[in-house]
Design a protein around this ligand. Structure first.
Ligand code: NAP
Ligand code: MG
Length: 402
């Protein structure tokens, strides 16, 4: 069989620990036998980030702007323990944070649905994709403990020195206050990323805030979305047969639980933090969750939602067998390859991505899976495979399909 050719390179961001091991196995077993893989390789493993003073992370993000599509392996975000473990010059920032700051995007997370790994919510039949705004609000807030009686105010001082004040509370005793902000520009790019992703995946878009209570703050989010929708997306949505739907956050939560899924749920920063953990858990496993960063300019960076699976890596280093789930990492590759194919008009590449996803799902549905899934599956007589054997089982399924 002739290998599939790629006209434009994919930006490949390699990573750390167990996911770095899986990365290589996936390439060797599932990609290079079938594709003339054309990537521009960036080693985001912690050692090389340290060696290049993290320049490699910046370069990889810039390359994503150049080529449009990247695929990223999970990476270590250094903490005190990692400083010693890797003998780091500095506690380098989270690569995801650095990349997000350069591409300015929204993160979309969707579960991979497989028969036998049943959602806790019985009505959910299709994936629910969470789109989380990744700037501001409580994550960039300032807070104060109020020791006793006194007045707390919000003060805005314009560049010309004019002050505008708003009373928060006349305290008669001790209490607490919090100040937070967001930027119209950031909300606008969040809105556009969501509308573009909805068009891209042909799914309805839901958005919810608490605008009835927060008449200026949350209401601005609602207004920005509506204005951009009316001006730029209404016709495109109608042509695609999809809907934009706004409601209150409490109503949204109730509707999500009653729904059968199959839409994108745009969430403010805090709502997205909380709801994505709820949705991921209710769908079964973090190892079955895909994640893609979409920039307002239409750059895409695909990854798995989980981390580097450190505990398994230490077992691997001791020569012990691991049973690490590679599904989300495989889907990061298929997502990126499909998008590359779409942008280049490369139908073969897109079809290959579809086949590899199907082969992965079929393998699990045939009862062959890693330990994390075997523990929660409703299938009987399952075969628990180690990290490598699972990937080999997917290859066997894939070869039968080719
Ligand atoms: P983690 O790597 O997601 O793993 C936490 C636990 O979840 C694992 O110990 C394992 O549980 C289970 N798990 C996660 N992914 C799995 C998979 N693919 N297959 C099987 N089990 C899986 O989170 P962490 O241990 O908190 O973080 C490790 C490193 O990853 C940290 O240095 C962190 O900075 C980094 N991180 C990176 C990203 C990213 O690059 N996007 C995201 C999050 C964390 P059992 O041990 O019980 O089997
Ligand atoms: Mg969280």
């Amino acid at each position: 069989m002739e290998k599939i050719k790629m006209t434009t390179p994919l930006v490949e961001m390699d990573g750390d620990e167990m996911t770095r091991i899986l990365w290589k196995m996936i390439k060797d077993e599932l990609l290079t036998p079938f594709i003339e893989l054309n990537t521009e390789y960036y080693d985001l493993g912690l050692e090389y980030r340290n060696e290049t003073n993290d320049q490699v992370t910046v370069d990889s993000a810039e390359a994503t702007k150049k080529y449009g599509v990247a695929v990223k392996c999970a990476t270590i975000t250094p903490n005190a323990a990692r400083m010693t473990e890797y003998n780091l010059k500095e506690m380098w920032k989270s690569p995801n944070g650095t990349i997000r700051a350069i591409l300015d995007g929204t993160v979309f997370r969707a579960p991979i649905i497989v028969k036998g790994i049943e959602p806790t919510v019985r009505t959910w039949k299709k994936p629910i994709t969470i789109a989380r705004h990744a700037y501001g609000d409580v994550y960039k807030g300032s807070e104060m403990k109020i020791p006793g009686a006194g007045k707390a105010e919000i003060v805005y001082t314009a560049e010309d020195g004019t002050e505008t004040r708003e009373l928060i509370h006349n305290f008669t005793g001790a209490g607490i206050v919090q100040g937070m902000h967001n930027l119209n520009e950031s909300i606008e790019s969040f809105a556009r990323s969501c509308f573009n992703y909805a068009l891209d995946t042909k799914q309805d878009l839901w958005f919810a805030t608490k605008d009835t209570i927060s008449k200026k703050y949350d209401h601005t989010f609602k207004d920005v979305f509506q204005e951009i929708y009316d001006a730029e997306y209404d016709e495109k949505f109608k042509a695609a047969g999809i809907e934009y739907f706004y409601t209150l956050i409490d109503d949204a939560v109730a509707r999500v639980i009653r729904s059968e899924g199959g839409y994108i749920w745009a969430c403010k920063n805090y709502d997205g933090d909380v709801m994505s953990d709820m949705v991921a858990t209710a769908f079964g496993s973090l190892a079955m969750m895909t994640s893609v960063l979409v920039s307002p300019q239409g750059y895409y960076e695909y990854e798995a939602a989980h981390g580097t699976v450190q505990r398994h890596y230490y077992k691997h280093l001791k020569g012990e067998e691991t049973s690490t789930n590679s599904v989300a990492t495989i889907f990061a590759w298929t997502g990126a390859l499909r998008k590359r194919g779409e942008l280049d008009g490369n139908k073969e590449l897109m079809e290959f991505a579809d086949k590899l996803e199907k082969a992965t799902i079929d393998t699990i549905e045939a009862g062959k899976m890693t330990k994390d899934l075997a523990l929660i599956t409703t299938l009987e007589n399952v075969t628990v495979l180690n990290s490598e054997d699972f990937i080999k089982a997917v290859r066997e399924t894939l070869e039968k399909m080719m």
